[in-house]
Design a protein around this ligand. Structure first.
Ligand SMILES: [Fe+2]
Length: 194
């Protein structure tokens, strides 16, 4: 059984207001509930004998499994890496990003462009296979991920993440997020990779 993390809106969060944050949190809690239902069905009534790639209950469970679980993971990473008091990444992280992108400003421009180009998520991830960072674009929770990579910074760009507050001003939401990243959290994630 997966337990939801009890996130709370705090004063250091400036990218979204309390109403937007709490509406988003309810969606996250829905994914936790759905995942537990899927796990329960996989354990008790998966109907494996009827598994079929065109249509089957087992296929629906498998589609829902990665969608809901990635939805939980990405939302938790997103809620954790917003806010905070650190203004910029520490030296270690800056050096790592410069190594992969040439300059910090290039990384930032690329992350913003990735977010604008995405329908679901923009993720700064570390590709362990080639040992470099990439900004990747996900159109769904389970569509666009690199199979062997670790997410370090996550931005939700589904409309539900900003529309209540920003309406169609997606670029404003993204720009405000860039000024409200919890770099301490991002740094801790990165330190665990090397
Ligand atoms: Fe979301």
């Amino acid at each position: 059984m997966i337990e939801k993390i009890p996130f709370h809106y705090t004063d250091d969060i400036t990218v979204v207001n309390k109403d937007q944050y709490e509406a988003h949190l309810r969606l996250y809690e829905g994914y936790v509930k759905s995942m537990n239902t899927i796990d329960e069905q996989l354990e008790s009534n998966p109907q494996r004998e009827d598994a079929n790639a065109t249509f089957s209950y087992y296929r629906e469970l498998k589609r829902g499994e990665t969608y809901a679980l990635n939805g939980i993971i990405l939302h938790e990473l997103y809620f954790e890496n917003m806010g905070g008091l650190s203004q910029e990444p520490d030296r270690l992280l800056q050096n790592a990003l410069v190594k992969s992108f040439g300059r910090m400003s290039t990384w930032g421009e690329d992350f913003v462009a990735t977010a604008k180009a995405s329908r679901g998520w923009a993720v700064l991830c570390y590709d362990q296979r080639t040992q470099r960072f990439r900004n990747i674009s996900l159109d769904l929770h389970d569509l666009g991920n690199i199979a062997y990579s670790a997410p370090v910074l996550v931005l939700d760009v589904y409309e539900h993440a900003y529309f209540l507050q920003y309406a169609d001003k997606k670029a404003d939401y993204i720009n405000n997020f860039m000024m409200n990243i919890n770099w301490d959290v991002v740094g801790e994630r990165m330190e665990g990779l090397f």
